[in-house]
Ligand binder design. Structure first.
Ligand code: SAH
Length: 397
């Protein structure tokens, strides 16, 4: 029997009724039954009617992580098992793919497991518990993954800063089964990549770009390509395979560029005359412009510039700056493949930023292909925040 309730302020029911999974502290009128952080609570409207059920956390601005809107749905082991198996069923098309063995199994809110991520890398799984709600239930979540995925081992990378907002300390390391090797080899659309799950970004690899990398291949044949924010060279491997003449890889981290070179060698592209430059993209694009260097294709896949709405102004200025520079570096009829992974920057806003950049660069720019996050990173309609990656292939005249 649940006897703990969070009662909403009058007029603050709408977002909960619309099934948004975050109940913010500002909407709470009072709390009854003295729930501890991590306890299951029922959410009532101001007339004491059930609206939703979720997990309470006083330490977080998201006071309740809402999990179900059905009063007959208990948050028990079966509940988590169902959510996880549903997410895995939704990746059936990827499991069937012969030439890909790495993809996201569980995408947090979008899969009804708020604050939990599980990525498959071959026979290994890498997880992130980023909310107290899922941290509290980590045993059943991990056991279910073991049963359904049968991995060789599970490694944890719960070291992002979002855990602090939930009152949790960062943790990382092996959590089940065998300890993965330093570099895990995966296959993506037939290309091989080495993934550093312990020290790499996120869980090790930008799986969300898999389908965009494949779509980009048609623009590379015979071209001079600038891969800015290259990370471990994933776009470059696709570009080389598609017959790019020369690829210039830029990243601020020497370490990731070394892995990019290894990935190129691994795919049989070790003999090419590509360039790997550890540099700041903002600075190097300016230097190229001064030297009047030109490229056929520029890829811009920067890290998240806006972590929240307050950073929006600086973020859009940053996006405009690099896109303007990239447009100036392109030959007439060249291709700009540009992304923003900031959730706070909508596709509309990103398009407006590109418009401003095009006008200032004095170039005519056409969008020829819109891009978004891969199908294993679904967007939950009731939680628009789950849409974060957007991009455009542009023709620049
Ligand atoms: N396109 C990559 C992912 C890019 S992630 C892929 O498909 O795998 C963003 C990368 O930008 C990171 O590797 C990070 O080291 C790098 N980075 C961040 N700020 C940078 C800057 N100012 N100049 C150059 N590289 C930067």
């Amino acid at each position: 029997m649940i006897t703990k309730q969070v009662i909403l302020k009058k007029g603050r029911e709408k977002s909960v009724k619309n099934r948004h999974p975050w109940l913010f502290s500002g909407a709470v009128s009072r709390v009854e039954g003295n729930p501890a952080n991590g306890d299951v609570v029922d959410v009532w409207n101001h007339r004491a009617r059930f609206v939703a059920r979720g997990i309470y956390n006083e330490k977080s601005q998201i006071r309740v992580r809402l999990l179900t809107w059905n009063p007959n749905d208990p948050i028990d082991e079966i509940f988590w098992q169902r959510r996880i198996s549903r997410a895995i069923v939704g990746r059936h098309h990827l499991k069937q793919a012969q030439d890909t063995d790495a993809y996201r199994l569980i995408h947090s809110e979008a899969d009804g497991v708020p604050g939990f991520i599980a990525d498959l890398y071959g026979t290994w799984v890498v997880v992130q518990f980023l909310s107290l709600a899922t941290e509290k239930h980590r045993r059943i979540i991990l056991n279910t993954l073991v049963d359904l995925v049968e991995p060789q081992g599970i490694y944890e990378r719960s070291d992002g800063d979002s855990r602090e907002k939930e009152g949790l300390v960062p943790v990382a390391g092996p959590v089940w089964g065998e300890v993965p090797p330093e570099l895990i080899e995966i296959v993506e659309n037939g290309h091989t990549f080495l993934v550093d799950v312990a020290l790499g970004h996120k869980t090790g690899f930008y799986l969300d770009q898999r389908e965009n990398r494949q779509k980009a291949t048609k623009y590379f044949a015979g071209k001079e390509v600038l891969n800015a924010f290259a990370y471990t060279g994933a776009f470059s491997v696709y570009a080389a395979h598609a017959g790019a003449a020369r690829i210039m890889n830029i990243d601020s981290s020497e370490r990731v560029l070394q892995l990019a070179e290894r990935n190129m060698r691994r795919n049989g592209f070790g003999e090419r005359e590509d360039i790997y430059a550890a540099a700041d993209v903002f600075e190097i694009l300016r230097a190229y412009q001064e030297n009047k260097w030109k490229f056929d294709v520029v890829i811009l896949d920067p890290p998240k510039f806006a972590h929240n709405n307050r950073q929006l102004k600086n973020a859009t200025a940053g996006y405009k700056d690099i896109n303007l520079l990239a447009m100036k570096l392109l030959k007439r009829g060249g291709t700009l493949i540009t992304f923003s992974c900031s959730g706070a920057v909508s596709a509309d806003l990103f398009q407006k930023v590109l418009f401003g950049a095009a006008v200032d660069a004095g170039r005519t720019v056409q969008i020829i292909e819109p891009l978004s996050q891969g199908s294993d990173h679904p967007v939950l309609l009731t939680c628009p925040e789950t849409a974060y990656l957007k991009g455009f292939v542009c023709r620049v005249w």
